[in-house]
Design a protein around this ligand. Structure first.
Ligand SMILES: NC(=O)c1ccc[n+]([C@@H]2O[C@H](COP(=O)([O-])OP(=O)(O)OC[C@H]3O[C@@H](n4cnc5c(N)ncnc54)[C@H](O)[C@@H]3O)[C@@H](O)[C@H]2O)c1
Length: 317
């Protein structure tokens, strides 16, 4: 039975805890959050110990691994702390504030003989696995280009650290761009060669961008446009994949449609399985801890995502 600690018991911690509950080879033994009640809520179903200081948790609990769900500015610091104490880490996305921090995390893991992997979860949906198979088998010819459009009220009920650049590292690109780049890299096996963007906050005086339009060229020649808007408009999240001989659309519920005979035909329906992403992340993390072949996102992949995000910010017009 793998003993897992959870660090940061906010919004996404519950998805990980629910995934652990469904897996009989692991359990939560400790939860740390500066807000005690938040830690207690996550710990309660497992009878896990509660801490308000993760350093204390590390000293007094034997753990095989921790899942870190902290504000971005703490990702590198907390990950390195647990790695130095020989505890494996699953760090939530984005891996860190920048690629330099990713290098530090990778070096610390190697030095201590433990591993750090990243919680990029959208690639685990059936829709993305189905699409990857289409790309890998060349069934509809080459993938030519991708367009993604994601619009959401970015400021609605969002924890304050997310909209402070010093604590989050950036806004909608740092947050949702990490998902877009992760999926592009997973699907195509490539990474960003060049990126140009317009990243802006035209809504308020928060220090992060709430909107961005991004043009990315991958090293394998596939290009993508990514458009994010954080204003109060109906939510939308849709990605279109243009092949030589097909057009495929993945919607916000991770349903996959293909254009056939003049209409969109539903090919993969993931809407009835909303927890597939974090459940799969836990299953893949446990395989990884057991030393079995695993699809958990590597630290190198997480770092490539950070490098892509940095290119997008550095080339904002
Ligand atoms: N994979 C996904 O789909 C997904 C979705 C949402 C968030 N995330 C990521 O998960 C991470 C956490 O996001 P969230 O939405 O859960 O944020 P959140 O603000 O809800 O949770 C963060 C928690 O960390 C706690 N915390 C802050 N400083 C701490 C410290 N020093 N020690 C212990 N606890 C501390 C806070 O009290 C809070 O409970 C981020 O990296 C975010 O980008 C991923």
């Amino acid at each position: 039975m793998f003993k897992i600690g959870i660090v940061g018991a906010g919004i996404i911690a519950k998805s990980h805890a629910d995934g652990i509950k469904k897996h009989d080879e692991c359990t939560v033994v400790a939860v740390a959050d500066i807000v005690k009640e938040s830690a207690e809520k996550i710990a309660e179903p497992f009878g896990a110990k509660v801490f308000t200081d993760y350093h204390e948790m590390c000293k007094s609990c034997e753990m095989d691994a921790v899942i870190i769900n902290l504000p971005h500015y703490l990702h590198c610091e907390a990950t390195c702390f647990f790695l130095e104490h020989k505890v494996h880490v699953l760090i939530e996305k984005p891996m860190a504030m920048n690629a330099k921090e990713c290098d530090k995390m990778i070096e610390t893991a190697e030095k201590n003989g433990v591993t750090v992997v990243v919680g990029h979860v959208q690639q685990y949906t059936s829709a993305h696995k189905y699409l990857k198979n289409i790309i890998d088998t060349n069934e509809y010819g080459k993938l030519l280009r991708v367009t993604e459009s994601r619009n959401v009220n970015y400021f609605y009920k969002r924890p304050a650290w997310f909209v402070d650049k010093k604590l989050s590292g950036g806004g909608i690109v740092m947050n949702y761009g990490a998902h877009s780049l992760d999926k592009l890299f997973y699907l195509t096996g490539s990474t960003v060669e060049k990126a140009v963007s317009v990243c802006r906050n035209t809504l308020n005086d928060c220090t992060i961008e709430e909107g961005a339009q991004v043009l990315v060229k991958l090293k394998n020649g596939v290009s993508a446009t990514l458009s994010y808007t954080g204003s109060e408009i109906p939510a939308e999240y849709e990605t279109m994949y243009y092949f030589e001989k097909a057009r495929i659309r993945i919607t916000s519920s991770h349903n996959l449609y293909m254009w056939e005979d003049g209409d969109w035909k539903l090919k993969v329906d993931d809407s009835s399985n909303p927890t597939i992403m974090h459940d799969s992340a836990i299953a893949e993390f446990i395989k990884h801890l057991k030393g079995e072949p695993s699809e958990i996102t590597t630290a190198q992949h997480g770092k490539a995502v950070m490098e892509g995000i940095e290119m997008i910010y550095n080339n904002s017009l």
